[in-house]
Design a binder for this molecule. Structure first.
Ligand SMILES: NC(=O)c1ccc[n+]([C@@H]2O[C@H](COP(=O)([O-])OP(=O)(O)OC[C@H]3O[C@@H](n4cnc5c(N)ncnc54)[C@H](OP(=O)(O)O)[C@@H]3O)[C@@H](O)[C@H]2O)c1
Length: 237
């Protein structure tokens, strides 16, 4: 039986790299998007037998529940989830609007809660599985101008550990990864932060989304590791 994976935020950047990496590794993949329908349809169109596009704003629990029903109907199982969808609304915190703060927390943190809550029953039926939450080094070290983002990514680590404790008895392993600075749309649009990130990286490099995706695919084959946060970022802690 082919294993099935759900990747959130699959239209661009790391999510796109993850979708291609899981497809190349032989998984069925549900590729989630919020607004970039064309990009996701293009990715799945070449793999019609093993990939579907699923639209949902991860911040909306009704849309997430409907998405999980589609995954269940289509693949009948769910073995891996990558909670990758994420946004920034950078601003110094004294100028941060409440609407932006709420949107970042809703997407980056509550979105993962919605996904884990809706997916757990399906994963339990599949005999267990693996959830990887994409956090960030900003969640551990903080980052000027990123109060909301850093708070969301720090809280995601707390969610990861608690969910790992609660779902361990069902053989659901839940971990988090800090992928490092990538020149995706998010990374490119962060102004001077990109130069600083390269300087702070002791290899003087950016992270490569394909390398991160490859690591996550091979880690998804493990069965005995849960509740951990893996730093793949060569900006040292
Ligand atoms: N880039 C970096 O340097 C870096 C560093 C550390 C951690 N990360 C984390 O890595 C993850 C991927 O980042 P990236 O750089 O690949 O970002 P990106 O290029 O900006 O792509 C973001 C993805 O998230 C999706 N998304 C946004 N809001 C969504 C929502 N409400 N519901 C569903 N999907 C939504 C977007 O889908 P649509 O296009 O359909 O809106 C898009 O596919 C994020 O969690 C980010 O915080 C990134």
């Amino acid at each position: 039986m082919m294993q099935a994976a759900l990747i959130t935020g699959a239209s661009r950047g790391l999510g796109k790299a993850l979708t291609l990496a899981f497809l190349n590794a032989g998984y069925h993949v549900a590729a989630n998007y919020c607004s970039s329908e064309e990009e996701v349809l293009q990715i799945v169109s070449t793999r019609r037998e093993s990939a579907i596009a699923v639209k949902a704003d991860v911040g909306d629990s009704n849309e997430v529940n409907a998405m999980l029903e589609t995954v269940q109907r289509t693949f009948g199982r769910l073995d891996v989830i990558i909670c990758n969808a994420g946004i920034t609304r950078d601003s110094m915190l004294v100028r941060q609007s409440e609407a932006d703060w709420d949107l970042v927390l809703k997407t980056n943190l509550t979105g993962c809660f919605h996904i884990i809550r809706a997916a757990a029953p399906l994963m339990i039926k599949s005999g267990g599985g693996h959830i990887m939450n994409i956090s960030s080094i900003s969640g551990i070290k903080g980052s000027e101008g990123q109060a909301a983002y850093s708070a969301s990514k720090a809280a995601l680590i707390g969610l990861t550990i608690t969910a790992a404790r609660e779902l361990a008895e069902y053989n659901i392993r839940i971990n988090a990864v800090l992928p490092g600075y990538m020149l995706t749309d998010m990374g490119k649009n962060a102004g001077r932060a990109a130069d600083k990130a390269k300087q702070d990286n002791i290899l003087r490099k950016y992270s490569n989304p394909d390398e991160i995706a490859g690591w996550i695919v091979s880690f998804s084959g493990t069965t005995g590791i849960t509740g951990q946060t893996f730093n793949l970022d060569s900006r040292l802690l």
